[in-house]
Design a protein. Structure first.
Length: 221
């Protein structure tokens, strides 16, 4: 939320400075005597403010629904680690929002001392070719230490986990019990401290989960 507040302040300052500049250039008397120009100026300010507020609303609107999954899906071809906690993250390979998810995943692994098995699942629709999922996000995930990448052909794994959003994360105990479901960013494409990442790191370190549910922000899968 801090980033959003700063951007709002910047927007207000820019609009205010622009208004002062225009008044100084044109003159208050000119604007008073030219009502059409004044109305155009006022409309421009309102349009910019409204447009920016819509961008903020979109960026902070989660896209995942409530997930009723309670344990590791028995039909899954992914392998649950029997000693470490297993984290599964679903990625739409063409979702720009998920760059932030992978950045936060990297930070999560460092803070958790890499005591996690992590599987990054990249969806691949039925009609797509073999390289459809191998985008820059696929390459970015490949640079993360210890992260296994998996191409989910026909979105079969996404269906088993009831995953609906790029960036959706699941943390499981070695016995298959679900510990956390949600996201690890504070908004679409937002990097920085967030409740999801903190909840996972705290659990890995202490065995206590503070927030078992969170919000995932990203494109639909």
């Amino acid at each position: 939320m801090f980033d959003v507040d700063i951007h709002c302040i910047y927007l207000v300052l820019i609009i205010a400075l622009a208004g002062i500049y225009i008044i100084r250039v044109l003159g208050a008397e000119f604007l008073k005597n030219n009502i059409a120009v004044f109305l155009l100026f006022a409309t421009w300010i309102a349009s910019v403010g409204y447009g920016y507020s819509m961008l903020i609303h979109y960026g902070l609107k989660p896209n995942s629904r409530i997930n009723n999954l309670a344990s590791w899906p028995q039909q899954s071809k992914l392998l649950l680690d029997k000693q470490l906690n297993t984290l599964v993250v679903f990625i739409h390979p063409k979702c720009p929002c998920s760059r932030a998810t992978l950045v936060e995943l990297d930070r999560l692994l460092v803070n958790a001392n890499n005591k996690l098995k992590v599987i990054a699942v990249f969806i691949q629709p039925v009609a797509s070719d073999a390289d459809w999922s191998k985008t820059d996000l696929w390459q970015q995930a490949g640079l993360l230490k210890g992260v296994q990448r998996y191409i989910d052909k026909a979105n079969l794994e996404a269906g088993l986990f009831n995953a609906t959003t790029s960036g959706e994360v699941y943390l499981f105990k070695p016995n298959g019990g679900l510990v956390y479901h949600g996201g690890i960013t504070a908004g679409r494409g937002h990097e920085g401290d967030n409740a999801g990442r903190s909840a996972i790191v705290t659990y890995v370190r202490s065995g206590k989960i503070m927030e078992p549910q969170g919000y995932a922000y990203g494109c639909s899968i």
